[in-house]
Design a protein around this ligand. Structure first.
Ligand code: ADP
Ligand code: MG
Length: 931
């Protein structure tokens, strides 16, 4: 958690406060803005710069690395620091990073037109969780601001202690609200990973101290029940009925209050289009580490490519895209609900024309959720209503598409009964496609086909919609026609051929006569304006006509506006129906997308089993993301009886991590309602997925601490159960070999004996394979390598049983390391295996354990080459040790050996990539200097 030392630098800087009585009007204005924004650092526009003064200036200078200057005026000298407005982003970024909220005090009046001091106001408070500026947002990530609150036990219908959570993603307008016990709420917070978190006055104990969330304090009053009700009201119809839990109402009130505050306190926010409540118990639980390492939404690899969501997203409109994202974020646990989605996907996968028809139709659908949000808050313009109309117009087409009998109707017994779609799910969706014809027709009758953006300047309402408007328009039109004919009439009457009729803003209509013809001007012409070579006139009749025209036009504009607002209100009455339709369209799009992706990527419908004893069985499974970049992805089977522990060994880069993840992703996809990348799959409903990637392998996380690895392991060991799927990837690697091996072994034993969770455990501690000997549900899998044309090739194929060990040495041999070195390394490996730490673990720890089920693959060169069951030594460790033993390869110069020693001592397992680069750079420099 980070928070700035707010006493001195947010709100009113002490130096300004002390001088408050004497300040010039401008600094006095600054002081007022600061005093009104206690939680924020105020940046004050002075011309082309945002300035801060006194202590706040010192902060800006330090954090933004800009020069601290001085402002001198009649009342004294004030430290001052500023950032350029037209390049503010990097400086604002630095302030946000340092944990500040920044209130932007803009000049809200044109400096040239201001008499005296330019008026300034805070137009926006920029905070880590609510930034909307494109250049401050990391692209493609969601950015939530969240609030947690405790409920008032008396009004809560859920037994205490309960906690509420609400989160707003300002970029998409998604607002999530949920409640549960504090532990569940924290897990949801992990899923949401808020950029900024507000903690209710009595909820401080809910939030664990070890998270990286920026916790900000905000006015505690916004958490009060009454205030929360009022706040939520414009967003949610009848909030007291919608929120049965007090805690979630308070959290929602607080987060919306905060979101409004950051947007300049301008009332309800347009972008928060829907408030969604959900119950965490209805979903597959994925803790933060699982979401991260499965790369559902965020690719963490260096040189990142796709995420699971990228692969899965073939939606046609924003509604569907957000729906699919919600589904994937929270897969289901109700088997019937999941099967129902599978049914629909299967039907759509089958019926290509229907699927493509849906996709086509939906590409013309606008973002109905946001549209109706604007309509109901009175912010929609005529174009928005037209977009709404265009979207509603898609509905009858969709219904017809869905009802079409399949092209193979002859062979389909259902076809004759006319019951299409075939599946309940799609039939139900079709029912939910509410045409809302009255609204559609109303908009079509009323609103011009291509209306202007402005709704006060006319041109919005169609002819024929309102008799009064038509009459005003007729009057205006007649007037204009009369004027249009005037020129010809007056030329004839006066005999002045050059006479012309014109119009300008200031003088209105006029008749213009050149000086040469002035003698022919009739008596009823009144002079209006004298120009260089001509005179302009009006006649009483022209004036009268003009007044009629202008009057009619003005009244028409006003009437149009009135009609529009009235119409908008009538449309708003259908808000709930339109929202329900939006949901149905979104689901249809998401399902069609799942079907299209299943067809395109050759996915198969997973069988979801209710059998309580069933394990996970996947035939020919693939990793949905890796298979897209790998030319020849090798499919693998997985047969994991319930409660079994698969110990997976194999050299680096052989495919262990990929394999484990593809199993987890297959489960996640299946429970999302998607088909899965496999030839066949049978999946029991899993309630939680845990993953733990060993610190040294988690290089992209930037959090390569063994401590963290262990604390996340702790979480798994506490919470996993028989319905959980657990992935442990190189756990224990982050510390010294002996400790790491011991921890890994103890963890497997515990997972197996105590938790009964279905577990995949990839490890380079080869000795762990003997666990299969004395533990019923532990079995071994391995990946192997082979040599082709002198190159090491990984087969990426998983094989039952433990492989031969000492991959490092094996790879070294395959790579052509000289024979004596390889042999010596085998000796060392054997010594290492005799390590006393392991002796107690198993009676036959270092021996050739009879229990190891080794079914060497006949064409697997590796297995044949070695079959002594010794502990793994990585190539790196091997080379280092070899260096010790064999002086011949050691550099002779002192410096070189110093460098070598340092290199050797570098604990890669605890070194971040950046630290490693820096260390290498240093070492290189030292060698260079020496030359
Ligand atoms: P390990 O965890 O054993 O070190 P990874 O699972 O990280 O290995 O795989 C290393 C690389 O091998 C992956 O990035 C991928 O490019 C490739 N790979 C993994 N599994 C397969 C497979 N089944 N088919 C083809 N390539 C694969
Ligand atoms: Mg790996």
């Amino acid at each position: 958690m980070s928070s700035p030392d707010r006493e001195t630098v947010t709100g009113l800087p002490p130096g300004i406060a002390a001088a408050r009585e004497e300040l010039t009007p401008m600094l006095s204005q600054y002081a007022d803005l600061c005093a009104a924004h206690e939680d924020a650092l105020v940046l004050f526009q002075v011309g082309d710069f945002y300035e801060a003064f006194c202590e706040a200036a010192e902060t800006v200078a330090r954090v933004c690395e800009v020069t601290l200057t001085e402002r001198t005026d009649s009342t004294g000298e004030y430290p001052m620091a500023g950032i350029p407005i037209d390049n503010a982003a990097p400086y604002l970024d630095a302030l946000l990073d340092a944990g500040y909220r920044v209130a932007i005090g803009d000049q809200v009046e044109d400096a040239e037109q201001a008499s005296g001091l330019v008026d300034r106001a805070v137009t926006e408070v920029i905070t880590p969780g609510t930034v909307v500026e494109e250049d401050l947002l990391e692209s493609g990530t969601t950015n939530y601001v969240a609030a947690v609150a405790r409920g008032d036990d008396e009004t809560s219908t859920v037994p205490a202690p309960t906690a509420g959570l609400a989160a707003v993603d300002v970029a998409t307008g998604e607002c999530l609200v949920t409640a549960g016990d504090p532990e569940t709420v924290v897990e949801e917070l992990d899923r949401i990973a808020p950029a900024e978190l507000l903690v209710g006055p009595d909820a401080g104990d809910i939030v664990p101290a070890d998270r990286e969330w920026t916790v900000h304090r905000h006015d505690p009053d916004v958490f009060a029940r009454r205030a929360a009700l009022d706040r939520v009201d414009p967003y949610v119809p009848a909030p007291e009925r919608r929120f049965d839990d007090d805690a979630e109402l308070r959290a929602a009130g607080a987060v919306l209050a905060y979101a409004e505050y950051t947007q300049g306190d301008d009332g309800p926010l347009e972008y928060v289009s829907r408030v969604r409540r959900y119950d965490p118990r209805d979903h597959l639980r994925l803790d933060a580490a699982a979401q991260r390492s499965l790369e559902l939404f965020e690719n963490r690899g260096l040189g990142a490519s796709d995420t699971l969501f990228d692969v899965l997203d073939g939606t046609s409109c924003a509604l569907g895209r957000r729906c699919l994202e919600r589904w994937l974020r929270r897969p289901l646990v109700d088997a019937d609900a999941i099967r129902s989605r599978h049914d629909a996907v299967a039907e759509l996968a089958d019926r290509t024309l229907v699927r493509e028809g849906i996709a086509d139709a939906l590409t013309t659908a606008y973002d109905l959720e946001r549209l109706i949000g604007r309509v109901s808050r009175g912010r929609a313009d005529a174009r928005d209503l037209r977009s709404l109309h265009a979207t509603l117009a898609v509905v009858p087409e969709l219904k017809a598409t869905l009802a079409e009998p399949p092209s193979d109707a002859m062979d389909d017994p259902g076809a004759s009964e006319g019951s299409h779609p075939r599946t309940d799910h799609l039939r139900d969706l079709r029912e939910r496609l509410d045409e809302i014809a009255a609204v559609r027709e109303l908009i079509d009758d009323a609103i011009a086909t291509d209306p202007p953006q402005e709704i006060t300047e006319g041109g919005v309402i169609r002819d024929g919609f309102d008799a009064d408007l038509d009459e005003l328009r007729a009057t205006e039109r007649e007037g204009r026609e009369w004027v249009a004919d005037l020129e010809a009439r007056e030329r004839e009457r006066t005999g002045i051929d050059s006479l012309s009729v014109g119009h300008n803003q200031v003088h209105g209509y006029y008749i213009e006569v050149t000086d040469a013809n002035l003698d022919r001007v009739p008596d009823d012409y009144h002079r209006r304006q004298t120009l260089k070579n001509s005179e302009r006139y009006y006649t009483p009749e022209l004036k009268e006509r003009e007044e009629t025209i202008v009057g009619a036009a003005e009244r028409a504009d006003a009437l149009e506006y009135e009609l529009f607002v009235d119409l908008r209100e009538r449309v708003a009455e259908a808000t709930e129906r339109i929202q329900a339709l939006a949901d149905a369209l979104a689901e249809l799009d998401a399902l069609a997308s799942l079907a299209a992706v299943a067809v395109a990527n050759d996915y198969v419908r997973p069988e979801l089993t209710d059998d309580p004893d069933a394990g996970i069985r996947i035939e020919g499974g693939r990793h949905p993301v890796v298979e897209r970049t790998e030319d020849a992805f090798v499919p693998n089977d997985a047969d994991l009886p319930r409660g079994s522990v698969a110990v997976i060994t194999g050299p680096n880069m052989s495919g262990k991590s990929t394999y484990m993840r593809q199993v987890a992703l297959t489960v996640v996809l299946a429970q999302t309602g998607s088909f899965v990348p496999a030839q066949a799959a049978r999946i029991p409903v899993v309630s939680r997925v845990f993953t733990r990637v060993g610190a040294s392998d988690d290089i992209a996380g930037g959090q390569s601490t063994f401590m963290r690895e262990m604390s996340e392991l702790t979480g798994i060991l506490h919470d996993a159960g028989p319905d959980s799927l657990v992935l442990l990837d190189e756990v224990g690697r982050g510390t010294a070999t002996t400790d790491g091996r011991a921890i890994a072994r103890a963890a497997v034993e515990f997972v197996h004996d105590e938790l009964g969770a279905t577990t995949l455990f990839a490890t380079h501690y080869h000795g762990l394979t003997d666990l299969a000997a004395d533990r019923e549900r532990v079995f071994n899998l391995h990946f192997s390598a082979t040599r082709e044309d002198g190159d090491v090739t990984f087969l990426h194929r998983v094989v039952r049983g433990a492989s031969s060990s000492s991959y490092g040495v094996e790879v070294a041999e395959l790579a052509g390391v000289p024979r004596p070195v390889v042999e010596r390394s085998r000796e060392l490996v054997a010594d290492d295996e005799a390590d006393p730490v392991l002796e107690g673990d198993s009676p036959s720890a270092a021996g050739d354990s009879p229990a190891v089920e080794s079914h060497p693959d006949p064409d697997d060169g590796l297995d044949d080459a070695v079959d002594d069951d010794t502990a793994d030594v990585s190539l790196r460790e091997f080379l280092a040790e070899n260096d010790d033993e064999d002086g011949s390869s050691a550099p002779s110069a002192d410096l070189s050996s110093d460098v070598a020693a340092e290199l050797r001592d570098l604990d890669l397992a605890r070194t971040t990539p950046i630290e490693a680069l820096n260390a290498l750079h240093d070492l290189q420099n030292r060698l260079d200097d020496d030359e």
